[in-house]
Design a protein around this ligand. Structure first.
Ligand code: TLP
Length: 374
């Protein structure tokens, strides 16, 4: 099939636009893997997508994506949701009753970056645990389970995150997830996995996502991060979970109509992107090794296992915001994640040359700040 897309008042072939469809020229955007732009193949599929009204369950492309996601994860059913935040919230709402507690890691996304939606909307309290490099063990979880006393709020759900974003993309060993699930289930608790980047975890482990998630009760994963789709996440679990989840998706305003237009890109992301994530991981490793050689910056490259690199800049005398602001005009975009922590995330729109450029600019910017401070 061939077609053209409007670009200004020109008509252009999207195949020739592949480079232009990526990040703005000259910018190495490492703020997040959410910034990826859909490929020409995705855009073609979106333009040609067969659609229907998904609130009636009549969008064939969404239905295909949901079936395929369920199949890949070895779960009974899956649901296409607009965002990862909504996917997590639907799972929390489905597994809990208002007044319940949800155990999660201190730096987890559900605790820090979802606008307290588990409290504001699902009526639950986060009960945080702390794991080494963000990876929880059963002992740390067990310690914060509330006793079964009628005047205590009750623990209902454990929410794990894999990879663990704010700990630098660390990865759960599957045996540890399974041990947590076995104990949780024995204690009558459910386990939800925020697997926004579960395919990165699968790449790091060399395992299949179905194997890694077989014991969790529900999983959310994002099509719009490392997998490169423009919009959308999925939740997967039992048929009963997805049936309830569909109700909450509508209640939260996430019932979409001709969503096949975006699901079409999601299908390509799901089939094609996991196979290239190792490139992002190799780039992240190189980035971390380069950062470790810059005086004043702190990182242990051995701990970088996926596509997220978080380093300490306290010894530069600059805050993370100041450092990011100094990098920005040089075309290297990074994200502050704490007072002295900077995050750089590799993805399909950043190649090795981009990583090398980021390192040159970073070294230069840090050296200048240190000269000024001397
Ligand atoms: N993460 C974003 C920011 O919100 C921090 C990013 O740039 O990394 N779970 C995890 C582990 C995530 O990292 C994110 C997004 C989400 C859920 C939410 O996904 P969206 O943005 O689709 O709602």
């Amino acid at each position: 099939m061939s077609y053209t897309m409007a670009k200004g008042n020109q008509r252009v072939d999207p195949d020739q636009l592949e480079e232009e469809l990526k990040s703005p020229a000259g910018i190495v955007d490492l703020r997040s893997d959410t910034v990826t732009r859909p490929t020409a193949e995705m855009r073609r599929a979106m333009a040609g997508a067969e659609v229907g009204d998904d609130v009636y369950g009549e969008d064939p492309t969404v239905n295909r994506l949901e079936r395929r996601a369920a199949e890949i994860f070895g779960k009974e059913a899956a649901l296409f949701v607009p965002t990862g935040c909504m996917g997590n919230l639907i799972a929390i709402k489905t597994w809990t009753h208002h007044g319940d507690e949800v155990i999660c890691e201190e730096r987890s996304h559900v605790n820090l970056y979802e606008l307290a939606s588990m409290s504001a909307i699902a009526g639950c309290m986060p009960r945080v645990a702390r794991g080494e490099d963000g990876i929880l063990r059963w002992q740390e979880i067990e310690a914060v389970i509330r006793p079964k006393i009628y005047y205590d709020s009750q623990t209902a759900l454990i929410c794990l995150e894999n990879t663990m974003n704010m700990w630098g993309g660390t990865v759960y060993p599957t045996s540890q997830v399974e041990e947590i699930c076995d104990h949780a289930h024995a204690a009558g608790l459910k386990v939800h996995l925020d697997g926004a980047r579960v395919f990165n975890a699968a790449t790091a482990l060399g395992e299949k996502v179905a194997h890694m998630t077989r014991k969790v009760d529900s999983v959310m994963f994002c099509l719009s991060k490392g997998l490169g789709a423009p919009v959308g996440s999925m939740i997967a679990g039992s048929k009963a979970f997805i049936e309830k989840g569909r109700v909450y998706r509508k209640m939260f305003g996430g019932g979409m109509r001709q969503a096949g237009v975006i699901a079409a890109a999601g299908l390509i992301a799901l089939e094609k992107s996991p196979g290239r994530l190792h490139v992002d991981h190799e780039n992240a490793k190189r980035l971390a090794e380069g950062i470790a050689e810059i005086p004043g910056l702190g990182i242990d490259p051995k701990k970088v296992r996926s596509n997220i690199v978080i380093f300490d800049c306290s010894k530069t005398g600059k805050t993370a915001v100041e450092l990011c602001d100094a990098l920005h005009p040089q075309g290297v975009w990074a994200q502050d994640t704490a007072l002295h922590s900077v995050r750089m995330v590799t993805h399909c729109d950043v190649d090795r040359a981009g990583v090398e450029r980021a390192l040159v600019v970073l070294r230069d910017v840090v050296a200048k700040t240190q000269r000024k401070g001397a």
